[in-house]
Design a protein around this ligand. Structure first.
Ligand code: URA
Ligand code: SF4
Length: 206
């Protein structure tokens, strides 16, 4: 009976303030779902507080969990390389994740990433909603399936949307694959080229 766990969610942990730094600090104490139990810390979004573009990933990975900052591990390095290639300054963006705690299973000494469950995405969504309200970007770029579903709803498919922009109520939304999927691809060079092509198109359109 564990698959249908409904979590209380993050809403009650969110302070009533427009101060993004205060919201980030409050997120450190979130117990809105069970992922905080095994993870090291909350990894909240970071970057320009009034960025015109927000990038949304899935969840912190092993490195981010230990470090406390988003996109600092291998996927983050690949993203940095792609952004540099298309001339986008990472510091001009706001980077965050659909889920703020690392979900993993232990295999010996290694911690293996596990996709967040729908219940965890829903539980954590109030943080993302609050970040998007406060940063108020023109464009939200979803990296991968989980981010795309967190922003556009559970039926949204990154495979259909990638490289395209759709209108949402308060901003436009673009999608591409997750940088970690580029690292796992059989033809990495090809996957990287397609990732950079998507980002180029999305930033040009945004
Ligand atoms: N993958 C993500 O989706 N987010 C991170 O912050 C790091 C890796
Ligand atoms: Fe709270 Fe999100 Fe962490 Fe769950 S994953 S405890 S909802 S911050």
């Amino acid at each position: 009976m564990t698959t249908r766990t409904r979590y209380p969610g993050a809403a009650e942990y969110i302070p009533h303030t427009d101060d993004l730094a205060a919201v980030r600090a409050a997120a450190q104490r979130c117990h809105g779902c069970d992922l905080y139990r095994d993870a090291t810390q909350t990894v909240f979004g970071e970057g320009a507080a009034t960025a015109s573009t927000v990038l949304v990933g899935e969840q912190p990975g092993n490195d981010e969990d230990l470090d406390g900052h988003p996109f600092v591990g291998p996927a983050g390095h690949l993203l940095d390389r792609a952004l540099a290639e298309i001339g986008v300054d990472r510091d001009s963006l706001y980077l965050t994740n659909a889920v703020k705690h690392f979900r993993f299973v232990e295999r010996g000494k290694r911690r293996i990433h596990q996709q967040p469950r729908r219940t965890e995405i829903v539980a954590c969504a109030p943080w993302l909603v609050t970040e998007l309200e406060l940063v108020a970007p023109d464009l939200v770029i979803c990296l991968g399936a989980i981010a795309t579903q967190a922003v556009l709803g559970p039926k949204a498919k990154v495979t259909e949307l990638r490289g395209r922009i759709v209108d949402a109520e308060h901003y436009r939304v673009g999608a591409t694959v997750h940088p970690a999927s580029v690292l796992r691809a059989t033809d990495r060079a090809q996957a990287y080229t397609e990732f950079v092509d998507d980002l180029t198109r999305l930033f040009e359109a945004g």
